[in-house]
Design a protein around this ligand. Structure first.
Ligand code: SF4
Length: 266
């Protein structure tokens, strides 16, 4: 891919523009040929949620500076084109072989080309389908689609506790922090039960006690139950993540080692 195109998701002031990133992912990592195809880098059994079959999809509309999957999410190429049924077959194969009841699409943003994800979910009605998303692409129509699928649980991963932290982590405008909160509101209003069908996750590795309280207040403003079911995320100091943090000039306030032990960056 030409350098100029790789840089075209930045605005003139070097701010990363999620809409432009979305266009790039749609152009390079999504293909429509009867079905909606996406590029997948790998499939695996993962330990989270007590065991979950996972497909890692290429491409994201954000550029988080602590992304553990940045080699996949930042990418716009590589991997294999897969239709929804191909993905469902792979996920079910892993789930069956490991006795898992949960499946998910991870690695990048799964709601880019949402028809693809909905079709994968439709092939896997016997499993809990965890939609892990940054929330930027959630619309009322999509929220209704989720509400009509009882197997779907939506986990909206908020980047930071405030608009300012969001911007520091993603290099995108603070406005998009509010889009993440709005996504949760839309999902709740569309009938997904707070803390059951939809819940917030939050990257609090760059937060302070004060900003965490502010996030709790913001979430309680959407629904009082939400501040009690935040899935807190800290930066995981994998070597490739430390490399990214350094390149982005980010120092977490809280981080953990890959084995889950609290850690400080040197
Ligand atoms: S939204 Fe998730 S996948 Fe995308 S860059 Fe951020 S952490 Fe990575």
């Amino acid at each position: 891919m030409k350098y100029i195109e790789m840089q075209s998701y930045k605005d003139s002031n070097s701010v990363i523009n999620p809409e432009k990133l979305l266009e790039l992912v749609m152009k390079h990592a999504v293909k429509i040929d009867g079905e909606v195809y996406r590029l997948y880098r790998r499939f695996r059994a993962d330990k989270w949620y007590g065991g979950i079959a996972t497909g890692d999809v290429v491409g994201c509309n954000l550029r988080c500076g602590m992304c553990w999957a940045w080699k996949i999410s930042y990418s716009l190429s590589g991997g294999v084109w897969m239709s929804p049924v191909d993905v469902a077959v792979k996920l079910e194969e892993i789930a069956k072989s490991r006795g898992f009841r949960q499946v998910r699409i991870s690695g990048g943003e799964p709601l880019i080309a949402p028809r693809h994800l909905l079709k994968v979910a439709d092939h896997l009605t016997n499993y809990t389908f965890v939609v892990e998303t940054n929330g930027l692409l959630i619309t009322r129509d999509l929220a209704r689609e989720f509400a009509n699928r009882p197997q779907v649980i939506v986990r909206v991963s908020i980047k930071g506790a405030t608009p300012e932290e969001f911007s520091k982590i993603t290099q995108s405008p603070p406005y998009y922090f509010h889009r993440q909160i709005e996504a949760i509101k839309i999902l709740v209003e569309s009938g997904l039960k707070p803390c059951v069908d939809v819940y917030p996750a939050a990257m609090l590795g760059f937060s302070t006690d004060e900003t965490i309280k502010s996030l709790e207040k913001t979430l309680a403003g959407v629904d009082p139950r939400l501040s009690d079911c935040v899935d807190v995320e800290y930066v995981i100091l994998y070597p490739h993540v430390v490399k990214l943090l350094r390149a982005r000039g980010l120092t977490p306030t809280k981080a953990v080692t890959p084995s889950g032990i609290p850690a400080f960056m040197i």
